[in-house]
Write a protein that binds this ligand. Structure first.
Ligand code: 13P
Length: 251
């Protein structure tokens, strides 16, 4: 059976005191859940303290971005080796906010994906279409291109050590969730496309849904056959909501 994963993407929110309260609540709220089924991806400066709090728990942690380069004169960047030093398991790559606000194209995203895997970390590769692209009927083409850029550089087998997150851009932070069927259709498109290249990789691939997942819609989304958990933004900052979403995954 493939692994389900709910991961919180804190984005650029929080401070030490707030994180402490949030993590204390989450730790006690998910104790009975399977190990490796819950993760939080936090801003870089908080990684050491998050590691300290989570290292003896069933919750994994990770980063929201990383450099594609190993080391060198790259002012302001953080390498995969640095993330490894602090026990990270996951790194989000290709989030739409990085693609649109920070100019990361598919080539950069693919390079970051490769760097993350080379360091033994698991990339959470985000793909998704904008509203204009959906309305123009190009959703599958856009997602196909985003995936193919990674597969072309890293090979389809690399997906056995990755997580994909389908995040329709129009659903991120907008309160507009894809319907369970809309999300399922794209998840199935992603899985079947990969299956044409490697059936067992496709079958075992964790594909999360992200975009306004809340405590009140998680159960129906996660009940769909190709949705294997979620990548959670806003609701991951509210302990009771995030805990409820983690429990929804187990249903
Ligand atoms: P929201 O859950 O706030 O819509 O954010 C989704 C997201 O971008 C997760 O990476």
């Amino acid at each position: 059976m493939r692994k389900k994963l709910v991961a919180g993407n804190w984005k650029m929110h929080g401070n030490l005191a707030e994180n402490n309260d949030l993590l204390n609540a989450i730790i006690s709220g998910v104790t009975e859940l399977r190990s490796e089924s819950v993760a939080v991806c936090v801003p870089y400066p908080f990684i050491p303290s998050v590691q300290d709090k989570l290292k003896k728990t069933n919750i994994a942690w990770g980063a929201q971005n990383v450099s594609q380069y190993d080391k060198g004169a790259y002012t302001g960047e953080v390498s995969t080796t640095m993330l490894n030093d602090f026990g990270c398991s996951y790194v989000i790559v290709g989030h739409s906010e990085r693609r649109t606000l920070f100019g990361e194209d598919s080539k950069i995203v693919a390079e970051k994906y490769v760097a993350v895997q080379k360091a033994g970390l698991t990339p959470i590769l985000c793909v998704g279409e904008t509203l204009e692209q959906r309305e123009a009927g190009t959703t599958e083409q856009v997602i196909g291109e985003q995936l193919n850029a990674v597969i072309a550089l890293a090979g389809v087998d690399s997906l056995s050590k990755a997580v994909i997150a389908y995040e329709p851009v129009w659903a991120i932070g907008t309160g507009k969730t894809a319907t369970p069927q809309q999300a399922q259709d794209i998840h199935s498109f992603i899985r079947s496309g990969i299956a044409t290249q490697n059936a067992s990789v496709a079958e075992n691939l964790t594909i999360q849904y992200g975009g306004s997942v809340k405590a009140n819609n998680a159960i129906e989304l996660f009940a769909m056959p190709d949705i294997d958990g979620g990548l959670i933004g806003g609701a991951s900052l509210i302990a009771s909501d995030f805990i409820a979403i983690c429990h929804a995954m187990q249903n």
